[in-house]
Design a protein around this ligand. Structure first.
Ligand code: 6R9
Length: 646
């Protein structure tokens, strides 16, 4: 067990932080006991409003209804750009570091303003109006941020689809959100390889007749197919319009964006976030959790296609007038020192990444880290999955030279912003714990019967009161939204995660308690992979579970029952893996596929995943009760042929 004292934040770090322990206690208490006073103060300090709100907040946690800063009007792009111009027009807003270490760009707030206005005018010229959905399928280039902000400027709702998704997955998301405009790039570049984004869009659009415009950013200049009536080059269109575009006054509860995430059914959910509450929460958490100080360089390594990229590359940092770094490549290209070379090159002060990246770099040894300076680093962050104490220690001691606090931040696509995390200088750290709730957040642990557990306990993590950046609905399916988040336990938000609370009130997230896997920090529903597998002609049935993986956290283990007329073979196995990549995306490709003569089912026909998980994890002595199975011999057969994961 680790001692708390071991990682007390050093006195030097404590001196300059926004808050100390008393400050955190005082503000947390105020946020719970006098929420209206607390939120009014924060909303005034962090966000500029075009029209003040009439009421701070209203919610009904039985139905998942929430409204924040009611009647308030604001514009997100004006908050992220225009209001900084008086003071910091020449300050760098975005540092872009290319995949190739010789390429970089510095975009000032002034240039950001011009670029966003131009792109907003292009969207307008193509008929995009307030409330319309625009799909973004982009690599990690500044134009991704320009496009997001251009949407917010005119009140369009963006739906960013991660560039690693396949054309089929992209098509489903374009159709679900009824997008008519797509913004993409000719190609993406990662680790020296190119990704055919425009070509993928063309494939996806074969089944999306309503899409009338594809705006394409020229990133590599590769030869790409072109459809005269539909496709426009971003640089040509932007050159033809004005660089002035007045920001649209938006209601605080107007939709800001849709972001698809995986759940326990095969169909991804379009998580909908709204304007005022989301912007305030991302700015507030960026300020306090990363202890952001004026002039600092902040780098979040996430992709803009995931929520971490939305909240902590774009919205939170830019709302705070920060300098945010965006990296196109991967941590190991051209070599294992890349991240630390970037830190030294751009004098990065705050570095935020995922445990899977930390573990991958840790496996390559200390030398690639030690050969760099990292003197500018002041704070380290972690997000996306539980960080094992070994990785935490390495991050703290080797990357941070035992000098930089590590903030382990727990949150979700649905929560919009960080809900549980230490505040540097205020919270003593424990490796592996996300520690304590952020302001206004009231977590609780429930047992499976819905009883709240008090004191030291292990249970299902729920959130008891509404917070500003809370998910408002699942786009187009409010019933599914209520069923998923507000029906498991009455009157509280169910996170889908399990957690333990220790004697100091610290939370330790133990992982998903539903059928969602976390592969290298990417959320994937087991049902999504299963649906892809059973679409293949040779597959009769499939069941997917997670098993532990040293670097990725979890790996995908699939049990596949072949069709009666199919012959199981190594070629077919390889085929199935490629097939899943095509259906969903390469990151969802099964690591292991075991042929199954049958799947263990209850007498009512439900697949017993618990048992499949135990077999995949080699935990045979705790298989549990198999007597309720309709055919228990299936289990012996699966055990006998289980795969060697070593
Ligand atoms: C931000 C993000 C959410 C799921 C979440 C949980 C896991 C995220 C974590 C963590 C332990 C942390 N998760 N942060 N688990 N410690 N600090 O990752 O959003 O992609 O929606 O994933 O990730 O299981 O429920 P999202």
């Amino acid at each position: 067990m680790y001692e708390i004292e071991q990682h007390k934040v050093s006195e030097a770090a404590r001196r300059d932080t926004h808050l100390d322990a008393d400050g955190y206690e005082r503000l947390y208490r105020q946020s719970i006991e006098q929420p209206d006073t607390f939120w009014a103060e924060q909303a005034t300090r962090f966000v500029d409003w075009m029209q003040p709100w009439s009421k701070i907040h209203e919610s009904n946690m039985d139905k998942g209804e929430a409204a924040w800063f009611i009647d308030g009007k604001l514009n997100v792009s004006a908050n992220c750009i225009d209001r900084h111009l008086a003071k910091r027009a020449d300050q760098t807003a975005i540092i872009w570091e290319g995949d190739d270490p010789s390429e970089d760009r510095h975009i000032s707030y002034r240039e950001l303003h011009q670029q966003v206005c131009r792109l907003a005018n292009v969207l307008k010229a193509r008929g995009v109006k307030k409330g319309d959905r625009v799909c973004l399928y982009m690599p990690m280039i500044p134009e991704a941020a320009f496009a997001m902000l251009a949407c917010t400027r005119i009140g369009a709702v963006h739906s960013v689809v991660f560039g690693g998704f396949s054309p089929d997955a992209l098509r489903d998301r374009i159709q679900n959100a009824e997008c008519r405009v797509v913004i993409t790039a000719d190609e993406g570049v990662r680790g020296g390889k190119s990704i055919p984004l425009k070509q993928n869009v063309d494939k996806a659009l074969a089944d999306c007749p309503d899409v009338h415009t594809v705006v394409t950013v020229k990133r590599t200049g590769a030869d790409i197919p072109w459809h005269e009536h539909r496709d426009v080059w971003c640089h040509e269109a932007c050159a033809a319009v004005s660089d002035v575009c007045e920001p649209e006054p938006m209601d605080s509860e107007d939709p800001l964006f849709i972001l698809y995430t995986s759940g326990s059914t095969g169909k991804p959910k379009g998580v909908l976030h709204t304007t005022g509450g989301y912007l305030l929460s991302t700015a507030l958490t960026h300020h306090y959790v990363f202890d952001y100080h004026e002039g600092e360089v902040y780098w979040c390594t996430a992709d803009v296609g995931w929520v971490t990229g939305h909240s902590y590359i774009v919205y939170g940092p830019l709302c705070n007038g920060a300098t945010t770094l965006m990296f196109e490549g991967v941590p190991t290209y051209p070599n294992a020192s890349r991240c630390w070379d970037i830190v030294d090159k751009h004098k990065v002060n705050i570095f935020y990444t995922a445990p899977t990246a930390i573990r991958a770099l840790m496996a390559l040894g200390d030398e690639p880290v030690k050969s760099t300076s990292r003197a500018s680093l002041r704070l380290l962050g972690s997000v996306g999955e539980p960080i094992n104490p070994e990785a935490w220690e390495w991050y703290y001691h080797v990357v941070g030279d035992s000098r930089c606090p590590v903030v382990d931040t727990w949150w979700q696509t649905e929560t919009g912003s960080i809900l549980i995390a230490p505040l540097p200088g205020a919270t003593d750290l424990k490796p592996g714990s996300a520690t304590r709730p952020f302001f206004g957040v009231e977590p609780a642990l429930y047992d499976n019967d819905g009883n709240e557990l008090h004191g030291v306990a292990d249970g299902n993590l729920v959130i008891k009161r509404s917070w500003p950046s809370q998910i408002r609905t699942v786009y187009g399916d409010n019933q599914r939204f209520i069923d998923t988040y507000f029906s498991t336990y009455k009157g509280v938000y169910f996170t889908g995660d399990g957690a333990r609370r220790d004697e100091d009130g610290y939370y330790w997230i133990t992982g998903r308690v539903d059928d969602v896997l976390n592969i290298s920090g990417h959320r994937i529903g087991t049902a999504e992979v299963e649906s892809a597998l059973v679409l293949h002609d040779a597959v009769a049935e499939a069941a997917v579970v997670g098993c532990p993986h040293d670097i990725k956290g979890q790996a995908i283990y699939a049990y596949v029952m072949p069709m009666h007329n199919a012959t199981p073979s190594d070629e077919l196995l390889a085929d199935l893996k490629v097939y899943v990549s095509e259906q969903v995306g390469a990151f969802a490709k099964p690591d292991f596929i075991q042929w199954a003569p049958g799947l263990p089912k209850t007498r009512s026909g439900k697949i017993m995943r618990r048992i499949l998980r135990k077999i995949a994890c080699d935990e045979l002595d705790t298989l549990g009760d198999t007597s309720t199975l309709s055919d228990p011999t299936v289990v012996d057969e699966l055990i006998e042929h289980r795969l060697n994961r070593g």
